[in-house]
Design a binder for this molecule. Structure first.
Ligand SMILES: Nc1ncnc2c1ncn2[C@@H]1O[C@H](COP(=O)(O)OP(=O)(O)OP(=O)(O)O)[C@@H](O)[C@H]1O
Length: 680
């Protein structure tokens, strides 16, 4: 059942804070048997005074659309149209109550009323009329950087989907009967193309999902299987509630967006057939995120806005759904979102209670639409009704609901970086002061204006103005400089990060290149830290070149009078050097030997060596360990088959690695530099 909203019975009192009392006088020709019922609601307080400099307060804009009677309604005996529309007001004349001849007339004022019953009527509202009245203003606000939301509410079959979407076949050709969503998207791209010429870059991201039985389903999932997985809602500390893992798609044209829209509608329809009447029981939310960057200015100011276009589930009253107890309970569950929406609207509309608790989190729908209803958004509601007398109760409920929603005040602000905002505001202020100063100066020069004299008061005023302008210009200058510094700092950080990434990339590329070239007979120790140097050596030098270098090195050493024996290590990347007198050992990389061109190079190379008196060298350890790892690798496929062996094998590898580290550490602690003096 719908929430019990304050029913406009007799002279109902509604929020006083925002509006004057609207008393509709009963016209003199109205028969006395009609009791006039007046519903008092606030008119839209456009651009109401702002508490915060950057927030704009605005009431929810509420529109009502009346669809034509359908064949079922027309076929009812005595079928009558109970609705009259006059001057943005809807009057409902009820049937005779009981045995008395008293009739009731309910009057509801709205921001817009669309009479769509007969296309031949002069005041008939077409799809385009509806869009231009309630869709177009939201598009404008989205371009200014405000969030916007439009939701359609009404009884099942009252025309919500017709108004919001229209038929898919019509969307394909974009004919006159397409609904608000395709129109909004088409105009969005038309407008982007217009503003693009003014140095603005725009990005459009869309998402489309539905809520059924409190579960969220993505209608545009990356994989069709994902549609079945219900998604969760989380709360971001800054951006508020959002759907986790909801797919978003960046679109560059209306044509591209149209295909996503059609796919989403198809997915919704497919689910509807599977889940029995799902369409009228599910809420669908189509979201557009618009990002506009002003590339004309140095600061590249960016504004972002989110537009939510919502087709709510049909608001069936439970009494009309079923008398069966189980179905009744099911109905309560299905309508939970609408019940909570009613509570939320009631709480927000009731300003008398001040900042009372608003139960947003009682349903997924209200939680997700928190910012749209009573938050940072310009929001419109489209209530749809049928004029048929058989749906009087439903229609009255919808109209009361809509009437109450008019009292909700949203506080919206342009979504931009606070610094961008400061610069924008200062620019506007400077512009205003400049115009003011120019006007004063012109008036003063022409001296024609009798209003202005050259009295000291006037001169003082002009001086104050100049002073204020100078102050604001300085403030703007500082703000822009701060911005520039911040931008430079950020750019520097990015460059550093980029350099690190490049370095990593180079290293990885080198590894990939090396790995793809390494032959099977080259074993690399998993503990080698100078991996690249090691493998570069393997790749750069052919075996014959290495032998050549060893010979050349030996000759240099002999020539310098060093009694050292040199040989290549097993892997072919290091040169083993053994002092023939002491048997101390040292190693150097093969590329160091290649760099030796003159005697001084030999001296440098030998002086950098670390000598070890241990009987084994680091190279010996590496080579021996490589043999162990090689053997282990051969055994691994057999070991992998047995769980116990795998465990033992893992322990073995771990302790082997520990041994390798310990051996290497013990050598390096024994290493010492040795000054080499040549006996020339
Ligand atoms: N303004 C209108 N002009 C002509 N036909 C309309 C209008 N509004 C609705 N209809 C027709 O009424 C029928 C029901 O409309 P629609 O499906 O939009 O209702 P609904 O409120 O979305 O229903 P539900 O809640 O079950 O999804 C459709 O056949 C639609 O074409």
């Amino acid at each position: 059942m719908l929430p019990s909203l304050n029913t406009p019975k007799n002279n109902l009192t509604t929020p006083k804070r925002l509006n004057k009392r609207i008393i509709t006088k009963v016209p003199s020709e109205t028969p006395e048997c009609y009791t006039k019922v007046t519903v008092e609601t606030p008119g839209p307080s456009k651009s109401a005074s702002c508490e915060s400099k950057c927030d704009e307060l605005r009431n929810l804009t509420v529109a009502v659309r009346i669809r034509p009677m359908n064949s079922r309604e027309l076929s009812v005996v005595g079928s009558t149209n109970i609705i009259n529309v006059h001057n943005k007001k809807i009057t409902i004349q009820t049937a005779t109550v009981g045995s008395s001849i008293t009739k009731l007339a309910y009057v509801f004022p709205y921001d817009h009323v669309f009479w769509s019953c007969n296309s031949t009527d002069v005041n008939y509202s077409s799809q385009e009329d509806v869009f231009s009245e309630i869709g177009e203003p939201l598009l404008e606000t989205a371009f200014q950087g405000y969030n916007a939301c439009l939701f359609a509410y009404g009884q099942t079959g009252s025309g919500k989907s017709y108004s919001m979407m229209g038929k898919d076949s019509e969307i394909v050709d974009y004919n006159n009967t397409v609904g608000i969503i395709p129109r909004f998207c088409k105009r969005l791209f038309d407008k982007i193309n217009e503003v693009n010429s003014q140095f603005t870059t725009a990005t459009v991201d869309i998402s489309y999902f539905e809520i059924y039985n409190e579960k969220i389903h993505d209608l545009l999932p990356h994989s069709s299987n994902n549609m079945r997985i219900p998604l969760k809602v989380r709360e971001h500390p800054v951006w508020g509630p959002y759907v986790v893992n909801l797919s978003t798609h960046t679109v560059k044209s209306y044509e591209e967006l149209k295909s996503w829209l059609l796919l989403g509608n198809k997915n919704r329809a497919t689910a509807a057939t599977v889940m029995n009447e799902k369409s009228s029981r599910s809420h669908s939310i189509f979201s557009i995120e618009l990002s506009l960057s002003d590339t004309n200015t140095q600061e590249n100011l960016t504004r972002r806005s989110k537009v939510s276009l919502v087709d709510l589930a049909g608001s069936e009253r439970l009494g009309s759904v079923s008398n069966n107890d189980d179905k009744h309970k099911q109905g309560i569950f299905i309508n939970k979102s609408l019940l909570t929406l009613g509570k939320v609207i009631s709480a927000l509309a009731d300003h008398r209670k001040g900042t009372q608790f608003v139960p947003y989190r009682e349903s997924v729908l209200t939680w997700l639409l928190r910012e749209s209803i009573g938050g940072n958004s310009f929001t419109s509601m489209l209530a749809t009704i049928t004029p048929a007398h058989i749906h009087l109760d439903e229609t009255l409920a919808t109209l009361r609901y809509a009437c109450q929603a008019r009292s909700i005040v949203n506080r919206a602000h342009i979504n931009e970086d606070p610094h961008d905002r400061l610069i924008r505001e200062l620019r506007t202020e400077v512009k205003r002061l400049q115009t003011l100063r120019q006007r004063y100066e012109c008036d003063s020069l022409s001296g024609s204006d009798t209003q202005i004299d050259n009295s000291s008061e006037y001169l003082q005023e002009l001086e104050d103005l100049r002073h204020k302008l100078l102050e604001k210009e300085n403030e703007l200058d500082v703000a822009q400089k701060n911005w520039e510094n911040r931008y430079k700092e950020h750019e520097l950080q990015q460059m550093e990060q980029l350099a690190q990434v490049e370095k990593k990339k180079e290293e990885l590329e080198s590894r990939v290149r090396v790995m793809s070239n390494i032959t099977d007979n080259v074993n690399l120790s998993p503990y080698q830290t100078n991996f690249l140097e090691e493998v570069e050596n393997i790749l750069t030098f052919s075996p014959s070149r290495k032998q050549e270098l060893i010979k050349k090195f030996q000759l240099w050493l002999n020539k310098c009078g060093c009694d050292y024996e040199v040989s290549l290590n097993k892997c072919g990347n290091y040169v083993n050097i053994v002092d023939s007198d002491t048997l101390n050992k040292a190693t150097c990389a093969i590329n160091e030997v290649e760099n030796i061109l003159i005697q001084e190079d030999v001296e440098n190379c030998l002086n950098n060596l670390k000598w070890s008196d241990s009987s084994i060298s680091e190279v010996d350890i590496n080579s021996a360990m490589n043999d162990i790892y090689g053997a282990a690798k051969l055994l691994q496929p057999h070991i992998n088959k047995d769980e116990k062996l795998r465990l033992v094998f893992a322990k073995f590898i771990k302790s082997t690695q520990a041994l390798e580290t310990a051996l290497c550490n013990s050598i390096s602690s024994n290493k010492s530099k040795k000054a080499v003096t040549f006996r020339l």
